[in-house]
Design a protein around this ligand. Structure first.
Ligand SMILES: Cc1ncc(COP(=O)(O)O)c(C=O)c1O
Length: 431
């Protein structure tokens, strides 16, 4: 059991042992992790808060004016009734069109109609409900989003096995993935693929995606049933020549009965609408009966869990995808993507400077909200606290050596100062 859960249970033993007895096994195992949210809370009053998974500038959140305005345009019928468990039908159709436009290798026949979720976390949890038994293996990169552990391991008792996606020089490599799959011997595996990657901001190139696909095909050909969950939270935030379709698109092209690609995407980061809580689950399957069965099962899971998602949020996403609003909306969003790209360029020009070569080694990055560095000679958590106290800079300590910096939340002109201060912080601690 996680030490934090043990600690909570111990407190309950003292304050109310009867309630501890009442808890289910899951209730006993549950805890609130000291992950990104608590590190973010500690950095709340910093001047340069590079901890959070949102995008901001000096005046506040980067959001779409079209979404903000629309609440005056929605009809009461688009706000107050229950949405169906699978989501508003028109929204499902519009999102499907969007998927097909952005993933040109996909055809409508190859995918199920997207089911609306209460954003991506809910989608992950539903897929865990649907596919994960206690003891099943989830294979994921060492560099991953911390919430996967809570969802797949704490909630469902899956065994998480990690592989590295970076070599000793912190360059991206598919070697770790390929060898993890070559050495895999069970009859079922759940793969979690998340690119642009949180926390490192890396997206593979087209040839790297080919290597990933080939390794998955080989594993499936050896008889392992592969559920490939593609977490596309940061889809579209690409700043270099990478594979700009979803990996879901590549995996759906593989002819194998043993591979089930499932895509999770949504408005959260793509539409700069974190609090709306609108996401989608799409299966990469052709067979109509299988599509209908999986949809019925996911609907049942939603019905028995949140009953249905919020109507106003779904109506908002539907509104901006409608042809008459889409052009203006895409302009809003492109402006923010351009802002992030400019910050990415500045970050790239700063972090590889020779003067920092003794301070950190940068993980390859080319997309998304974040980048990560491996710091030299100091503990990442000690550095994180020191940066808050002495330099008013909030970062995320990922482990003993790595720090995540969200350039999505740092104005372009402040980026050089932030990295200069991180270097100073490292030198302070070494002295
Ligand atoms: C990789 C990844 N997946 C999923 C999510 C969750 O997204 P949502 O807010 O839509 O639940 C996040 C949020 O930070 C994320 O970084």
């Amino acid at each position: 059991m996680n030490p934090l859960a043990l600690d909570l249970n111990e407190q309950l033993t003292q304050s109310n042992p009867v309630i501890l007895d009442m808890l289910s096994d899951l209730g006993k195992h549950m805890f609130y992790p000291k992950g990104i949210l608590s590190q973010s809370a500690e950095a709340k009053s910093t001047k340069y808060n590079a901890t959070i998974g949102m995008a901001t500038d000096d005046s506040g959140k980067l959001y779409s004016q079209t979404i903000f305005d629309l609440y005056q345009h929605l009809d009461p019928e688009e706000i107050f009734p229950y949405a169906p468990p699978q989501g508003i039908e028109e929204l499902r159709g519009l999102w499907e069109e969007k998927i097909l436009q952005e993933n040109t290798d996909l055809t409508q026949k190859q995918i199920s109609r997207p089911i609306v979720t209460n954003a991506l976390t809910h989608g992950l949890s539903l897929l865990a409900d649907l596919f994960v038994n206690s003891g099943d293996t989830v294979l994921l990169p060492k560099q991953n989003w911390g919430n996967y552990k809570l969802i797949f391991n704490t909630r469902h008792g899956a065994e998480l096995q990690t592989y590295s996606i970076f070599d000793e020089d912190n360059h991206y490599t598919t070697d770790g993935f390929v060898s993890a799959l070559e050495n895999y011997n069970n009859d079922k595996v759940i793969l979690l693929l998340n690119y642009p990657n949180n926390p490192t901001g890396y997206t593979p190139t087209a040839s790297e995606v080919e290597e990933i696909s080939k390794a998955i095909k080989n594993l499936a050909d050896r008889g392992t049933k592969v559920i490939a969950i593609i977490d596309d939270a940061y889809f579209g935030l690409f700043y270099e020549d990478v594979y700009t379709q979803s990996i879901f698109s590549a995996l759906t092209q593989i002819e194998s009965p043993n591979i089930l690609p499932v895509r999770l995407d949504g408005a959260t980061k793509e539409f700069f609408a974190w609090g709306l809580r609108v996401g989608f689950i799409t299966f990469g399957i052709k067979d109509e009966m299988t599509k209908a069965v999986l949809e019925a099962k996911v609907k049942g899971l939603i019905r028995s869990n949140i009953s249905s998602g919020p109507m106003p949020s779904q109506s908002a996403v539907k509104y901006v995808l409608q042809p008459e609003h889409r052009e203006q909306f895409e302009k809003d969003i492109q402006k923010h993507i351009d802002t992030l790209k400019e910050r990415y360029e500045v970050t790239k020009s700063v972090v590889y400077d020779e003067k920092y070569k003794d301070d950190w080694k940068t993980y390859d990055f080319n997309s998304g909200y974040f980048m990560a560095i491996q710091v030299n000679g100091v503990n990442a958590e000690t550095l994180r606290k020191h940066l808050i106290e002495k330099y008013s800079i909030g970062t995320i300590a990922l482990n003993d050596t790595d720090i995540r910096v969200a350039f999505s939340c740092i104005e372009k002109d402040d980026i050089p100062h932030v990295f200069d201060s991180i270097a100073k912080g490292i030198e302070d601690l070494k002295a």
